[in-house]
Design a protein around this ligand. Sequence first.
Ligand code: PGA
Length: 263
Amino acid sequence: MGTVSRLPLIAGNWKMNLDHLQAVALVQKLYWALKDAKHDEASVEVALFPPFTDLRTVQTLIDADKIPFALGAQDLSTHDSGAYTGEVSGAFLAKLEAQYVIIGHSERREYHNETDEVVRDKVHAALRHGITPVICVGETAEDLEEHGAAAVPVGQLEKALEGVAKDADIVVAYEPVWAIGSGQAATPDQAQDVCQKLRDVVASSLSEEAAAATRILYGGSVKSSNIAGFLREPDVDGALVGGASLQADEFAAIIRFQKHVGV
Ligand code: PGA
């Protein structure tokens, strides 16, 4: 690898944090921090994943002020409409100009019993509406002990890509469950090893072209002090950032990883 150029993607998963007013404050602060630093917008794609209730507000703000951030949701329904109280359709997200949707985050798998089949159906739902799924996979600490790092994420991705078109636009996020919110990130080597295997899954499940074009992110305790190490790896094309995406200055420093990638 290494010959194909993939635009790095830095994604901020806010989880269940910030109401719509707090969202405005954070987006503005982040934008100004990047402006102050004379950040080169074209060098990296930034995507924000606020709670559903903030989406319209953030969309209006980035539209009005021409802020170069992509918008994404944290989940969607497998269904498009109907009697599914509390669910949110991909059709509604597409209307809000959401370009991305996180699917199969470990917190949804763990607390909402999302199985690999549900994750697969959500991937199809997103693609039906022209939204790029950010498919999350990762092993727990027990999986790591029992099967090593790659087996579980590889199996999860194979399942998630069942029946998906060969040229589908997808993003994959490798998030070891033991690294999420723990302050204990994987090493760049560990991330590279699994991300490379995930790229092989995209090649065999979709196509070589899709594998070359697909961004594979690392997630789990990413901070400004460790981002550069991950992005130096040939198969790591960005990061899915939780906690650190809630602090404007810290997230801006992560977005500007190219400034410290050579260090
Ligand atoms: P973290 O979360 O950066 O707080 O570890 C990552 C995620 O869950 O996407």
